[in-house]
Design a protein around this ligand. Structure first.
Ligand code: MRU
Length: 324
């Protein structure tokens, strides 16, 4: 598998996550508008990946408007607002923009550092997660559950939650992974299952509503998920459905681990109550395979994320520490 996204000859190249698993194809994005559209249709998705995309997007803007800092900043603001929940996007945009006074090459150089450091960071967090689970379970193979896709596709490479699963699998410490479908856009069914199959890691797919019940039935040793934003107090915003899994895990005494880079921690947001949750198009819920699959005119509640209170989270594991 290629890096999920990279820079090539003046443009961003990325795996088109909308096409998977039917087709593995790359897209080439050479304008900020094209990048924003790709982010909003989730061709590039997952908090760490969109953070790096934000940095590379500022490089596109800097090359498009040489000597016009105001135009670059306007593009950067539009880019940072493309999706509101994952703090990584704003982080990536700001980090690259900080180099703008040195010129477009410096902006690109900073974005490329972000591309390179992503895998290193993910591997460190995955190793820390595996060590944490060893404290409780020793080296016996584990039955894991993950939600959405926090794999290589959600990052530049390796993945966060799925990076930890890869780390455990390499040590013979995975009995099975239960992947939740992740309605409505089915990142679990389409992307996580694709990654697990490619790695030969034993897995099963379930509908979202079966996940909490599997935990309650004693079928799961640990839940491992990623995050889009971790508030200062440790509340976690992640793909909608995460909260129900955390409730079930807490009730059953099952570890609920959130694996995320430091760039997902938002010290400026005191608690989860202040996190803006992206609301998405009604058609994602009402339609199936392009056809209306409910009563015409049905109103829809379609938040892309939910917030899990810190008290339900066993640990947020970053490349540096357990947070908070
Ligand atoms: O809407 P998405 O697919 O971008 O949502 C992604 C998630 O919720 C992931 O769990 C999160 O970004 C962590 S990815 C390492």
């Amino acid at each position: 598998m290629d890096r999920t996204l990279d820079w090539n000859d003046g443009a961003i190249v990325a795996i088109d996550q909308c096409a998977l698993p039917a087709e593995y194809r790359m897209i080439r994005l050479d304008t900020v508008d094209a990048l924003i559209a790709a982010l909003q249709r989730l061709a590039i998705r997952g908090a760490p990946a969109i953070g790096v995309a934000g940095g590379l997007g500022v490089a596109l803007a800097a090359f498009a408007h040489p000597g016009d800092a105001a135009a670059v900043r306007a593009d950067a603001a539009r880019l940072a607002a493309a999706r509101p929940t994952a703090v990584n996007l704003d982080w990536g945009v700001r980090r690259a923009l900080a180099r703008l006074p040195e010129g477009p090459d410096a902006v690109l150089a900073e974005a490329l550092v972000m591309v390179d450091e992503d895998e290193r960071v993910n591997r460190a967090a995955g190793k820390r997660t595996a060590d944490l689970l060893a404290e409780r379970y020793g080296d016996r193979p584990l039955r894991l559950l993950t939600h959405c896709n926090a794999g290589a596709l959600a990052t530049v490479a390796w993945g966060t939650a799925l990076g930890a699963v890869r780390e455990l699998a390499a040590a013979g410490r995975v009995e099975s992974v239960l992947a939740t479908e992740t309605r409505p856009l089915r990142q679990g069914a389409r992307l996580t299952v694709w990654e697990l199959a490619a790695e030969g890691i034993p897995h099963m797919l379930c509908v979202d509503s079966a996940g909490p019940a599997a935990i309650g039935a004693g079928l799961i040793d640990a839940v491992i998920v990623g995050a889009d934003r971790v508030a200062a107090n440790g509340d976690v915003a992640n793909k909608v459905g995460t909260y129900a899994l955390a409730c079930a895990a807490a009730r059953s005494g099952v570890p609920f681990l959130v694996v995320a880079p430091e760039s997902t921690i938002d010290a400026a947001t005191p608690t989860g109550a202040q996190i803006v949750i992206e609301q998405r198009d009604a058609a994602e819920v009402t339609d199936w395979a392009g056809e209306l699959a409910t009563v015409p005119g049905t109103r829809v509640y379609n938040p892309a994320f939910d917030v899990t209170p810190a008290e339900l989270v066993t640990a947020v594991v970053t490349e540096l520490r357990l947070y908070p």
